[in-house]
Design a protein around this ligand. Structure first.
Ligand code: DGL
Length: 276
């Protein structure tokens, strides 16, 4: 069982920011990644559509025999919460681990949350933070333009357009004096430099990918599912759109070239999702 892979899925390429962290925390684990590149973005879609897609994505990973499923996507984690109940293997999204880290990190009790429109509308991070500590004040902002900026390579902290968009979205939170900011979307760690430059170094940025990787390690440890071999794990990638388009941009998110097999899996045509 422990040699089975960890399954990670996301609406597209962004979840590779979580894979990057998983490789650091659990280098011996095998990873199977599914990126729904043919149907990205999820963050602007209805809750019903996001849930439907998430079930299909998780169903695909189950068909690969994974031992744990991680929804690296902030949007899926916020909206498709039924995944916690309906999967036959352990599951985690990014909301609980990331909110927990933010609650621990804040000193002045003012936490900012940024994510896609669907994530912010769901209030998922806010609810979890307040469940843990109801004296914390939470400021939320959806940042839909960050996703296309990153996907089109506008990621430099010196880029004028990036700086302008960061300022436009974050100026109210900055004025409120937050000391902690949740990067509640897969794409946002890529422009963490620009965000941090604007907010100042006293504002702690919480990366959902790295917090979730640590949390996943705890789940596996507590269930006796850690891969204890001495070998470096392998990664296999599946995408619903073309392999070429994935390989072109994947490095930005993974922080290194793709090392592992990449295959196309046309999920909408072939996958029936989880059947009840
Ligand atoms: N992966 C999504 C998230 O973390 C961002 C891209 C999208 O909208 O699908 O919320």
């Amino acid at each position: 069982m422990s040699e089975k892979a960890i399954g990670v899925f996301d609406s597209g390429l962004g979840g590779l920011t979580a894979v990057k962290e998983l490789i650091k925390v659990l280098p011996q684990e095998n990873i199977i990644y599914f990126g729904d590149t043919a149907r990205v973005p999820y963050g602007t879609r209805s809750n019903d559509t996001i849930r439907h897609y998430a079930m299909e994505d998780a169903g695909f990973l189950l068909s690969k025999g994974v031992k744990l499923i991680i929804a690296a996507c902030g949007t899926v984690s916020s909206v498709a919460t039924e995944l916690y109940e309906c999967l036959p293997v352990p599951f985690t999204g990014v909301v609980l681990p990331t909110a927990t880290a933010a609650v621990k990190a804040t000193r002045n009790g003012k936490i900012g949350i940024i994510g896609t429109s669907a994530t912010v509308k769901s209030g998922s991070y806010k609810k979890e933070i307040l469940r843990q500590n109801d004296r914390i004040t939470v400021f939320q902002q959806d940042c839909p333009l960050f996703v296309p900026l990153v996907e089109n390579g506008f990621i430099s902290e010196d880029d004028e357009i990036v700086r302008l968009v960061v300022e436009r979205y974050l100026r109210d939170m900055k004025a409120e004096g937050i000391d902690t900011l949740i990067l509640g979307c897969t794409h946002f760690p890529i422009i963490a430099g620009a965000i941090s430059n604007y907010l100042g170094k006293n504002v702690r940025l919480i990366n959902s990918g790295s917090e979730t990787a640590l949390y996943a390690a705890n789940i596996l440890g507590s269930k006796g599912l850690l891969n204890t071999s001495n070998h470096i794990g392998s990664c296999s990638y599946y995408v619903s759109d073309t392999v070429e388009s994935f390989c072109k941009t994947a490095g930005i998110f993974l922080g290194q070239d793709i090392d592992g097999s990449v295959e196309q899996y046309q999920i909408s045509k072939r996958n029936k999702g989880i059947t009840e």
